[in-house]
Design a protein around this ligand. Sequence first.
Ligand SMILES: Nc1ncnc2c1ncn2[C@@H]1O[C@H](COP(=O)(O)OP(=O)(O)O)[C@@H](O)[C@H]1O
Ligand SMILES: [Mg+2]
Length: 220
Amino acid sequence: MSQSAFAIETRNLRKVFGDKVAVSNLTLSVERGEVFGFLGPNGAGKTTSVKMLLNLVFPSGGEGYLFGQPLNDPSIRSRVGFLPEHFRFHDWLRGDEFLQLHADLYRLPRLQARRRIGELLELVGLTAHASKKLREYSKGMLQRIGLAQALLNQPELVILDEPTSGLDPVGRRLVRDIIRDLRQRGVAVFINSHLLSEVEITCDRVAFIKHGEVIRVSLL
Ligand SMILES: Nc1ncnc2c1ncn2[C@@H]1O[C@H](COP(=O)(O)OP(=O)(O)O)[C@@H](O)[C@H]1O
Ligand SMILES: [Mg+2]
């Protein structure tokens, strides 16, 4: 396991789609155990940035590391959890089957997975809905089961892309409590958001991003 002090480090990370600069020059570092907000308007390059961190989008330039390992090192995948902004759910699966599928993708042993899935369904308030098909879930329930999915592998870094979109006030409170609990357990959390109110309550530091560049980093 790498001893790097940082959960995330990037230097001049850049992504260009055709002639569109999505992320122009991203340099930042996030400490282990830190809750870090990545705040900017729609189109600022937040989703593209996290997709580069997750090796889902190949950078046009610059470099990045998770726990000191280069972004394209497959061994770091098992230490990271991810809630996408637009999850494409297998909506013919039941809630518990969906989590089992993702536990299999993480190669969690079945017995351990079953226990973990029970805990997480409880955590996100979906125990009573575990055997319902995802197509019967509301938008808020899908968001919550997506969050459970991001925590399955007990990650050291959780990346959440607009985690409270589609949630009612109770759901937003739940997400906030989960983030606080992760912080207490020393898990680093990286939160993409276009809402100041969302990051200011939960984050230790926030980066303000505009046109794919960090314009300021503040302590909260
Ligand atoms: N696959 C893509 N092809 C072309 N342009 C893209 C692609 N993905 C994102 N963009 C563009 O890059 C910019 C940043 O998008 P995005 O990272 O989704 O921003 P945010 O998440 O901050 O709203 C936007 O102008 C968007 O239209
Ligand atoms: Mg986005």
